[in-house]
Design a protein around this ligand. Sequence first.
Ligand code: TMO
Length: 327
Amino acid sequence: MQISLSRRRLFGAAWTGMLALLFALGTAQAASVPESTDPIKLAKYDWTGQHVTTEVVAEILRRMGYKVEIVQTTQVPSLQAISDGEIHASMEWWNQANKPLYDKAVEEKRIDPLGPTGLIGSEGWYYPSYVAEKCPGLPDWRALEKCAEIFATPETAPKGRVLDYPAEWNPDAQVWIDALGLKLVAVASGGEGATAAEVKSAVARQEPILLQWWEPTWLVTEYKLNILKLDSDGVACTKAQGAKIPTTKMFDCAGKPIGIVKFVWPGMKDKWPAAYKFLKAFQMTNEWQGPMAKQVEIEGQKLEDVAKKWVDANEAAWKPWVEQATK
Ligand code: TMO
């Protein structure tokens, strides 16, 4: 195509050259993936569900012909890295405690928002179902006014413990404990794996455990965890509002769903337009992510293999996203 184009130009047939050029541009566009062979860098955070989402995206991008790199980080620092183009995409960002940072970055056009990821999330305090026998009144939060001490550990006794999120996730259980006036103490977890190990051990011994956690997660389904209800009589909502707690938990009276979103480096649209369109169309669901996370966490399968298997088995889901991105 290029040779014939330059030959026509040599012959001086300007109008033919123009037509050929237009034709070349047309074909080039459809056939140009990858638009750049530089690696597309995806942010990998510190929980398994997000690893699954990210690896599925990486696998599809590779099949499209892109080079992909996974960059291990956490949510807050990744926002700056994506603004700067050091990382190019975040495919599962939770707009909870970090929502103000996200909103500001969008407003200042430092990141390009791609909308909801497709997951439906909730957060709150969870306990294994057998705990209800030792704390009559659960799942209503007021049951904790009488039985907080059953959750005590040597470091929190006589108060009960809420095993909170790790520091990187902006844990806020203590703010809620204070607002609600409960005899509990929030203790930060070492991370998803550390919390999972504690839950597993508590369940094995049938001992009470109360933890700040979220869904969708394999931990909730695997250990049949129940969520505490703090909104039955409106009292918890009033107390939380009085304390001006910003995060959206199940006991937040506004009842707004948590935004679980994706966003990219603002330069992505121009550098990798087809990848950009694909990422915009991409969706992950609770029903897809749950079993994959379980295969990684419980069955010890390799993340990459789990993602490849999903991509092999679900062409009907993702092929249309790729086709509309590359046509
Ligand atoms: C780690 N989390 C999904 C709660 O943001």
